[in-house]
Design a protein around this ligand. Structure first.
Ligand SMILES: Nc1ncnc2c1ncn2[C@@H]1O[C@H](COP(=O)(O)OP(=O)(O)O)[C@@H](O)[C@H]1O
Ligand SMILES: [Mg+2]
Length: 264
């Protein structure tokens, strides 16, 4: 489904200092894999998702999605293959547009249409059905501007928009990190439900180690631009957070220290 080989991405800052954000990254993702990605701040997690989506060009290596070599494709050409949700609930949706206009935009993007489509009665019925699944009552608020919704409601809507066209890949970058614990748990459960229902293939970055082990079927850990652990079920299934930290120490010879990484 997704095959990444020997990826290298180097950033240079204004004064010519180079930073290797991805250092020989190899990853083979099977259809239906739900991979959680963990690692300390600056490990290269977001960069990995960004190069998959085509936000940045890579310096070396190849990226294949569903049998297609997308390595040198610009972001817009692979956008229909990929759904994304970011940390900030304000990013994925347009505040001044209504719920139904936002969903229509997401559909348009998926179908690669140029014009913004009007919302037909048929669309509206489908949107109602999809929104009802969220269990937040949004199906009765189709014509309200998204700016009136809470952060959690907006993130739920973003998740729906990112998956409306059954993308080949769903990329989630700490999409529950900016929410209060209860709302984060709601979005987490929703993510699980949508992914299971649609049999999506997912890469999800999280700083919550417990969540990383509970969700999905595979966990990869990154450090200094490299994938240093790749744990799969059944080995992963009954692993504890402590055992995960021990594994990191065994590979890296140091403790995973990062106040943003949640240990419980
Ligand atoms: N657009 C960019 N320009 C320059 N450096 C960047 C850019 N994006 C990321 N980096 C650097 O690449 C490294 C990896 O960053 P990132 O992928 O965001 O880490 P993570 O998401 O794991 O915290 C960091 O050192 C970061 O400063
Ligand atoms: Mg990041």
């Amino acid at each position: 489904m997704l095959r990444i080989s020997q990826l290298r991405k180097v950033f240079s800052n204004g004064s010519g200092v180079e930073m290797t954000a991805l250092d020989n990254v190899n990853l083979d993702v099977r259809p239906g894999d739900f991979i959680t990605i963990i690692g300390s701040n600056g490990a290269g997690k977001s960069t990995l998702l960004n190069v998959i989506a085509g936000v940045y060009e890579v310096d070396e290596g190849e990226i294949w999605i569903d049998g297609e070599n997308v390595t040198n494709q610009p972001e817009y050409r692979r956008a229909h293959l990929i759904g994304r949700v970011f940390q900030d609930p304000m990013i994925g949706t347009a505040a001044s547009m209504t719920i139904e206009e936002n969903l229509a935009m997401a559909m348009k993007r998926a179908k690669r249409l140029r014009l913004v489509p009007g919302v037909t009665a048929k669309d509206r019925a489908r949107f109602r059905e999809l929104l009802a699944v969220l269990g937040l009552g949004l199906e009765n608020r189709l014509q309200e501007p998204v700016g009136l919704l809470s952060g959690g409601q907006r993130q739920a809507l973003t998740l729906l928009m990112a998956t409306i066209s059954n993308p080949k890949l769903l990329l989630l970058d700490e999409h529950t990190a900016a929410l209060d614990p209860k709302t984060a748990e709601m979005i987490c459960q929703l993510t699980k439900r949508i992914v299971e229902n649609r049999e999506l293939t997912v890469l999800m970055v999280t700083h919550d180690l417990k969540q990383a082990l509970e969700l999905g079927n595979r966990t990869i850990m990154m450090d200094q631009g490299q994938i240093i652990l790749d744990l799969q079920d059944p080995e992963r299934a009954d692993m504890t957070v402590d055992e995960l930290l021990d594994q990191f120490e065994a590979v890296r010879g140091k403790r995973l220290l990062d106040d943003r990484v949640l240990l419980v």
